[in-house]
Design a protein around this ligand. Structure first.
Ligand SMILES: C[S@@+](CC[C@H](N)C(=O)[O-])C[C@H]1O[C@@H](n2cnc3c(N)ncnc32)[C@H](O)[C@@H]1O
Length: 333
């Protein structure tokens, strides 16, 4: 029989993994309260932070103490100071993760994660009980959570868009349609770089209502990609859209694109696209999030190929780009 010492590194690791939800919750709480925005270049006492947030001083202090042990904030003699990690929770940081932390803390997301076992046992999402019609119907009915979701998508896109537009030449295309394009981060960046391209942003009505449209080259189209016809275009963008859906939904979206486009039109599927040759723990984490919350999955290029082929497309390339995403290019055949 193998014996383990209490100092066994494996024990420490499993203990830390088993309690990692408390680390996550501590981050969620300070992100929601906006604690990082209250600290500038100088330290701030916990009592002042608690008063500004209107929360219990001792409780906030304990949360901040754990985070400081993990490298998020530092406790100095004069109060709480920033570290490189805590600065990422500031709203005004160029690579801010505050909105992402708030997204992970949304009731619907947390409920799904807490109900992962339901997803595993029954093959449904973890949110079926509170959101029987799925994540996006739930968000349409909960505007405050939808706003946080859109903020998080904008922040995520800010980090990823640059890598996409550097990696792909959009200049040959007359019209580019971003399907499930959110509030237009990617499309706006493409149109800013390529003044000959016209853009069509397609998303649900409550999302399109939040999109900033101040470019004559950009038109918006509010609709449901499962029930409404999609616009005609030369290039279609699907950035982190297909991974939200199980195969049936993904197939329906691709069929909608194929029905709208001419043979030879191009589709870019931009998501993590993990594979055995391209393992990515972040993609595996996202995959479980999709299982729990949306019913979707992160697909490998070969898993995606099966769905592309069934819907009238042929994959022509997979491009590695800077950052966590990859681009699968396919052509309508
Ligand atoms: C994960 S977000 C990705 C947003 C954007 N492409 C990006 O990467 O930042 C998925 C998007 O799909 C949109 N969406 C979900 N269901 C939809 C539907 N039935 N019809 C149109 N858009 C939908 C959501 O509103 C959301 O903007």
């Amino acid at each position: 029989m193998t014996t383990t010492s209490v100092h066994d590194a494996a024990v420490d690791q499993v203990w830390a993994m088993t309690t990692a939800h408390l680390h996550a919750r501590a981050l969620h709480v300070v992100a929601d309260l906006g604690v990082a925005d209250l600290i500038g270049d100088d330290p701030v006492p916990v009592s002042e932070l608690a008063a500004a947030c209107g929360v219990a001083h001792h409780s906030l202090g304990r949360v901040l103490r754990l985070l400081a042990d993990l490298g998020v904030f530092r406790h100095g003699p004069a109060g709480v100071e920033h570290t490189a990690m805590s600065r990422l929770l500031r709203t005004d940081h160029a690579g801010s993760l505050r909105a992402f932390a708030q997204l992970m803390a949304l009731d619907v997301v947390w409920h799904g994660v807490a109900s992962l076992e339901t997803a595993v046992r029954h093959g449904t999402t973890g949110i079926a009980e509170i959101a029987p019609n799925g994540l996006f119907d739930y968000l349409a009915e909960h505007p405050a959570q939808a706003q946080l979701f859109d903020n998080a998508m904008q922040a995520k896109a800010r980090a990823d868009v640059d890598a996409v537009i550097r990696a792909y030449d959009f200049s040959p295309f007359g019209t580019v349609a971003d399907i499930g394009g959110g509030t237009g981060q990617l499309l706006n960046a493409i149109l800013t770089r390529h003044r000959t391209v016209r853009g069509i942003l397609f998303d649900l009505p409550h999302v399109i209502a939040q999109a900033g449209v101040d470019d004559a080259h950009l038109t918006t189209c509010a609709g449901d990609f499962f029930t409404d016809p999609l616009p005609a275009a030369d290039l279609y963008l699907l950035m982190e859209v297909l991974h939200d859906w199980p195969d049936r939904g993904t197939t329906a979206i691709l069929r909608g694109v194929r029905a709208a486009c001419r043979t030879g039109a191009v589709v870019l599927v931009i998501e993590s696209l993990p594979s055995d040759e391209h393992p990515d723990p972040r993609a595996r984490t996202l995959d479980l999030l999709m299982l729990a919350v949306s019913g979707g999955q992160e697909r490998s290029p070969s898993e995606l190929d099966r769905l592309l082929t069934a819907t009238g497309f042929r994959r022509t390339a997979v491009l590695d780009i800077a950052g966590p995403l990859r681009i699968a290019e396919a052509v309508a055949v």
